[in-house]
Ligand binder design. Structure first.
Ligand code: FEO
Ligand code: CA
Ligand code: CA
Ligand code: CA
Length: 576
């Protein structure tokens, strides 16, 4: 696997050089000239568009300058409303969790076929807890049962109603559907791993943790991705990552979790057929035959990009049946060296059946074991280890998958790239693909370390960055050119395609995460994760956001940004 990585890495480097020349040429000819010849011949780069709709591929704002201010800085004419911050009530006795991440807006009238952009249920992930800032924990001492209960309460997800008032401002609203899903909420494993020996025979499991980014399904559920989950069960050690949770089973976590936000009694369903990874995201695209294709990244250095193809088709007329679509299917890993999707299937792949550990024991006893460790299976079969694949999103006009490779300091890839993957014949369920670079991070492009991605209906890409908080905003670091972690806009067509335009800059030490739209595009929901994360102590705080009074402990929060012009009439955004 090392030689494979080396080969791909050299391809990355050479492509990076040729890309810079190609971009100059694209200024005159349009970015479609960068597409592989085969795809151009097949017409894959020329998506059908309704007659008379012009692509609007210019940023709808005047860019901000890089800044290290302890504020969510937005372009002139834009503002944000704070919806909830850590500790605020979501429902009685259920406070908003820590480290807000993925958001998904569900119009309140969706069950009746509506598309409200003024009123809805907002899903918010809560990825992890900063124990010191959240409840004053001092590193190293054993955690009490009360500490662990507080931490379990602070992760998972939130469902809450949000409304835009007559004054144009967004506010949280009480609602009987408001609820927290936490590290203590009963969940259910579904699919091939449920009840298998690898999970101790479990079907019912406790809690969801590490909820990083996610996705939404065509049938109106949210997919919340469990990313960094292994350390919860490790003992607390000074300077270590162990969280010291009692009664924690690693294999019960690390899954894609499906939730119906409109049903307060819904038991979160962990979709084991999609594999156990450091799941960052799910991006769904329908195949022509209705099969559901889900693109997923494993956010770990030298890890793979995956694709799940469901066994059953999505049926818009069968809401109950759609809740079973993600229970069964095939899991593939991307081989960027050959441009092929590699099937991870125990029954048909002798190399998986024959694989052994150093002690001679079998690595996999069946497909459930493959799904418990798809990383090992993928690397064994030629899946390409890449540089921290975080978010993946599907271009709404071309169907191409855009993949954020955040960075990988093991290989000197400090600023990351955005890769574009084009399926053969532009079919979501194809088993071969082409790829190229869309954008390359670094001082020359103004951004570093791409993480979450979001398209608008015109095919413009919006991206948030994840420079490690110990370096973000440090003018002495190699990341100083960007200021604090930020949000950028990229046209994907026209003369400015691939150029980063600076939209927002977050408070000190934060990461901006989980952007999503209202259907009319006039509101952008955004999470502000881990502000002040590098604080030495509660008396030496690096951020006071959102209070900004010079005293308050910083708190992660979710905001609603307005000032956007929205889409032209007739345009909408599905989010999948
Ligand atoms: Fe939770 Fe990979 O970001
Ligand atoms: Ca992330
Ligand atoms: Ca995304
Ligand atoms: Ca990240």
């Amino acid at each position: 696997m090392d030689s494979n990585h080396e080969a791909v890495w050299h391809r990355l480097l050479s492509a990076r050089v040729t890309r810079r020349g190609a971009l100059r040429g694209a200024a005159a000819a349009g970015v479609a000239t960068l597409l592989p010849l085969e795809l151009r011949r097949a017409g894959a780069s020329e998506p059908a568009r309704p007659a008379g709709t012009a692509i609007q591929n210019r940023a709808p704002f005047r860019p901000i300058r890089p800044t290290t201010r302890d504020e969510l800085v937005l372009p002139a004419g834009y503002r944000y409303d704070l919806l909830r911050a850590y500790g605020d009530d979501v429902a009685p006795g259920q406070p908003f969790g820590y480290n807000a991440d993925f958001t998904a807006f569900f119009p309140i009238d969706v069950p009746d076929g509506g598309r409200s952009s003024q009123d809805g249920l907002l899903w918010v992930n809560h990825e992890y807890v900063n124990s010191m800032l959240a409840y004053g924990y001092r590193e190293g001492r054993p955690k009490t049962p009360g500490d662990i209960a507080a931490e379990r309460m602070a992760v998972g997800g939130t469902v809450m109603r949000v409304q835009r008032g007559q004054d144009g401002r967004w506010r949280y609203a009480a609602d009987s559907r408001n609820r927290r899903i936490t590290g203590s909420t009963p969940c259910r494993l579904t699919g091939p791993v449920a009840g298998s020996p690898g999970v101790g025979g479990a079907i019912q499991v406790i809690g969801t943790v590490g909820n990083c980014s996610g996705g939404v399904t065509p049938w109106g559920t949210v997919l919340s991705c469990e990313e960094n989950v292994d350390e919860y069960g490790d003992p607390v050690t000074p300077g270590g990552f162990g969280l010291g949770w009692s009664e924690y089973t690693r294999e019960h976590h690390g899954w894609v979790v499906e939730v119906d936000p409109f049903d307060p009694s819904f038991t979160p369903l962990k979709r084991t057929a999609m594999g156990r990874l450091r799941h960052e995201n799910v991006a769904i695209r329908l195949a022509p035959n209705g099969l559901v294709v889900a693109y997923m990244g494993d956010d770990k250095r030298d890890s793979c990009v995956y694709k799940f193809i469901s066994e059953r088709a999505y049926d818009p007329g069968a809401p109950a049946a759609n809740l079973q679509v993600l229970e069964t299917g095939k899991l593939y890993a991307a081989d960027f060296g050959t441009g092929r999707w590699v099937l991870l299937d125990y029954a048909s792949e002798p190399r998986l059946r024959d694989a052994t550990r150093p002690d001679g024991s079998r690595l996999f006893g069946g497909q459930a074991d493959v799904l418990l460790d798809p990383r090992a299976a993928a690397l064994l079969l030629g899946g390409t280890p890449v540089d921290r694949p975080e978010d993946i999103e599907i271009h709404p006009l071309t169907g191409h998958a855009y993949i954020a490779l955040t960075n990988n300091n093991l290989h000197g890839n400090f600023h990351g790239q955005i890769v574009r993957l084009m399926e053969e014949a532009n079919a979501a369920d194809a088993l071969a693909f082409q790829w190229d670079f869309f954008a390359v991070g670094g001082p020359q492009s103004g951004f570093s370390s791409p993480d979450n991605l979001l398209f608008d209906p015109y095919g413009n890409l919006w991206m948030v960055t994840d420079v490690t908080s110990s370096a973000a905003g440090d003018p002495q670091s190699i990341y100083g050119f960007q200021g604090n972690n930020s949000m950028f806009f990229f046209a994907t067509e026209g003369s400015d395609a691939g150029k980063a335009v600076h939209f927002a800059s977050g408070p000190v030490d934060c990461e901006l995460t989980g952007p999503c739209w209202t259907p009319d595009g006039k509101t952008l929901f955004l999470s502000v994760q881990h502000p002040g994360e590098e604080s030495e102590s509660l008396t030496e705080l690096s951020s006071h956001w959102p209070q900004q009074d010079g005293l308050s402990i910083p708190r992660p929060a979710v905001v609603a940004i307005t000032g956007l012009p929205g889409w032209a009439p007739g345009r909408t955004f599905h989010g999948w």
